[in-house]
Design a protein around this ligand. Structure first.
Ligand code: ADP
Ligand code: ZN
Length: 728
């Protein structure tokens, strides 16, 4: 027999398998999907066995032999092998790169660097009970020894390191023996309890979804914030597990896993495995192994958890499905939703997408009936959706309140005096290359593409990075005629200082990428805030989603404009979702919540929809724009970036790329550009961009593959192809 082995060289040039003979001693053990060592050139390299088959009779040359099996426990099953195929086709990445992506770092194709296995050592009796009793009777000198033996007569085993030194004598005498037991770092051993009884509305939604268990249907659960979606997920999982199957829950951010995992541990105990990027290598390996061995029934994790080897999936759930974190922004540029959809079909199980603000793409599919739509428009219990107020910051500027409006200030004082908690959201500063008037909030926009223009210092002009439209920049604002262009945003740190001066008695905690770089720091901040150790939680996007703090009754959004002005056609959608989610953190229990949103654009339609918390109104309006300008969901997009250290090369190659596309794609596909990419000069490279808009194009897949191949190995120019980019 021979093995077809995909080896670890990560270049697209050798993206194929090589045949190796299977030596007789490996014969019975070697399985498809195993990691092996094989000779390649003059070296030994690692690879994956993708197939085992009889040796063809017509091979003329001599085959080399598989050297050894690297990891006996690691066997990628057929589903994961198929998933790797799908991943590499979908994202144009090499197959070996697909495996690298699917496996936790310590199990990647390269050699294992550390031995991460942990064990607990136990002792058990090594002889008959009678002999032990006899020993105890005769042993008058060491009561300690007797104590241990007495205990072992009662319980089966004891942890060795808790027993002191007498254990050594007993071991030497052969009365007891050691036993090593694999120790998992994250195994939950606390108490468990059942789920809440679903409310009438939750039950309705649950029953609707339950109909689709054992079908590969994709279902959208559109439920307002606080409607109890998580509770429905848990009840569905109980049902799935009852039927002998497993379940997967993907959440967008590690920040969210803390609270959710806690709820799941309390219901499902050690049946739950966690999987996300901030686990240690050892924790990851442990969890992966428990999953591989079929010891867990539920996996909860971020994007990459979609590749975990759970067998016999009964449901896959993506919570906060609109979140952009489900898309990986480095090669391979995959979307977890596509991968989940593949696994849902493979396992004949439903894919459930949950969100209060579904992405337009998802909702459009649900409205067309491609997905099943289930709606929950009431919060659980007596809790109601919060009241949202927009504050015009142009007026506040004149009153010299550049950061915190007088209304927000009053409300913060009010909550502090009542011992209620406050969340303040400060969006990350938008692109500094977007010019905004500090006086009136005016931003230059492209008349063709409806996105903000980006400023190019070298030429002192503003350019649309979709279509290339250009205007010169004046000093004066075209709208209010003040000389106050160049507004740069405000950082969380600065705001924290402002707040401390304004509210000296308030206990403030900041949560952003600076304060959460240490492992466990998200968890600590969230728990401390929940425990009431702070009054104000100040943070970036990462605090807007999913968190459940019953004592928060006020949410303040410092500037809604930063995200509105990002030069991208999805900036309205992102703003709507971000602010609705943030608003959803307020008033989650009996005391009603309030939300204050500060903006220079109080008449903006998106903000109006946020203030009414009206998803459908926003959806209908935004869909019209998308239709008019041929954006998703009406058209699919591909972005092709042409990147080089050399400006002229980047520029001339991008024209060649365009010509190639024009010659090889169907005529109805729209080709925009080449133009400068949104981050034109980045890391000392120049980046040009071509955007494709298409509905159906039979030639597309092949053309992109051909194009990609042309640049493999090109040292001067690099192509970055993104099939359905989130940001263009
Ligand atoms: P969502 O995920 O839709 O924002 P959650 O599932 O977090 O909502 O539920 C909001 C709050 O309501 C949580 O504190 C949760 O424990 C509680 N809750 C949900 N369902 C029920 C129920 N059936 N009975 C009592 N409390 C519930
Ligand atoms: Zn344009």
């Amino acid at each position: 027999m021979i093995a077809e082995v995909l080896i670890e060289y990560n270049t697209k040039n050798i993206d194929k398998t090589f045949s190796y003979l299977i030596p007789p001693i490996l014969g019975p053990e070697l399985k498809k999907g195993m990691k092996v060592k094989v000779p390649f050139g003059r070296k030994l390299v690692n690879g994956f066995v993708l197939d085992i088959k009889p040796k063809p009779t017509d091979i003329k040359y001599e085959l080399k032999e598989v050297n050894k099996i690297v990891d006996k426990f690691l066997v990628l099953n057929d589903e994961l092998l198929a998933l790797a195929d799908y991943l590499s086709t979908k994202t144009l990445c090499s197959k070996i790169w697909a495996f690298q992506t699917m496996l936790p770092s310590n199990l990647k194709v390269k050699d294992k660097k550390y031995n991460l296995e942990k064990f607990d050592t136990y002792v058990t009796l090594n002889t008959s009970d009678d002999k032990v009793k006899e020993y105890i009777l005769n042993n008058k000198r060491s009561p300690k020894q007797n104590e241990i033996l007495e205990s072992l007569l009662q319980t089966e085993k004891l942890k060795k390191n808790e027993l002191g030194s007498s254990v050594k004598t007993l071991l030497a005498k052969g009365l007891i023996k050691e036993e090593k037991e694999k120790k998992y770092r994250l195994n939950y051993t606390g108490e468990t309890h059942g789920t809440h009884t679903l409310t009438e509305y939750q039950s309705e939604a649950y029953n609707e979804i339950k109909k689709y268990l054992n079908t590969p249907k994709t279902i959208l659960l559109h439920g307002v914030t606080g409607s109890g979606k998580t509770e429905i997920y848990m009840t569905l999982m109980q049902e799935v597990i009852k039927n002998g199957k497993t379940a997967m829950l993907l959440v967008p951010e590690i920040t969210l896993t803390t609270q959710i995992v806690k709820r799941f541990y309390e219901v499902f105990g050690s049946d739950v495995a966690i999987f996300h990027s901030s686990l240690s290598m050892g924790e990851k390996q442990d969890e992966f192994e428990r999953i591989l061995k079929g010891e867990v029934k539920i996996v909860i994790g971020t994007r990459s958890a979609v590749f975990t080897p759970l067998k016999n999936l009964g449901i896959i759930i993506i919570d906060e499905e609109h979140s952009e974190n489900f898309k990986q922004e480095t090669t391979p540029r995959y979307h977890a939703l596509d991968m989940a959809s593949f696994r849902s079909k493979y396992n004949n199980c439903p894919l459930l997408l949950g969100s209060a603000t579904p992405s337009l793409e998802t909702m459009a599919r649900a409205k067309k009936g491609v997905y099943k739509l289930v709606t929950l428009d009431k919060r659980v219990g007596s809790s109601i959706l919060p009241k949202v107020t927009l504050v015009d910051m142009a007026i506040e500027m004149r009153k010299r309140n550049p950061y915190i409006s007088s209304l927000l200030k009053t409300k913060i004082y009010d909550r502090l005096s009542k011992n209620e908690q406050i969340i303040l959201l400060l969006n990350r500063r938008g692109f500094s290359t977007v010019i905004t008037c500090q006086n009136c909030g005016y931003t230059y926009k492209c008349p063709n593409c409806d996105i903000s223009l980006t400023y190019h210092k070298s030429t002192n002009n503003l350019r649309c990075h979709y279509c290339g439209y250009t205007v010169f920049k004046n000093d004066e604002c075209p709208s209010c005629h003040e000389k106050s262009l160049n507004f740069l945003g405000l950082g969380t740190e600065k705001l924290e200082t402002e707040l401390k001066t304004m509210f000296p008695i308030a206990r403030i905690v900041r949560m952003d990428t600076d304060t959460t770089s240490l492992k466990g720091s998200h968890e600590r901040i969230i728990n401390d805030f929940k425990d009431g150790k702070y009054d104000i939680l100040l943070g970036t996007q990462m605090i807007s989603k999913g968190l459940d703090f019953p004592n928060v009754t006020l949410v303040g959004v410092i500037s809604a404009d930063t995200s509105l002005n990002i030069p991208d056609f999805r900036s309205s959608e992102r703003t709507f979702s971000l602010l609705t989610q943030a608003a959803g953190r307020s008033g989650r229990s009996e005391t009603p919540g309030e939300v204050i949103i500060q903006t220079f654009n109080p008449d903006n339609f998106t903000l109006e929809c946020v203030s009414k918390q009206d998803y459908n109104k926003f959806y209908n309006y935004e869909m019209q724009i998308r239709k008019k300008l041929s954006y998703p969901p009406y058209y699919y997009l591909v972005s092709i970036k042409i990147i080089s250290n050399d400006y002229d090369k980047a520029s001339s190659e991008s024209l060649k790329v365009k010509n190639f596309l024009q010659a090889n794609l169907e005529e109805k596909t729209i080709i925009l550009g080449p133009t400068t990419a949104s981050m034109f000069k980045f890391n000392n490279t120049y980046r040009f961009q071509i955007i494709l808009k298409y509905q159906f194009d039979n030639k597309l897949a092949n053309t992109l593959k051909e194009l990609d191949k042309k640049y493999v190995g090109n040292k001067d120019v690099y192509l970055e192809i993104d099939n359905s980019p989130l940001h263009i």
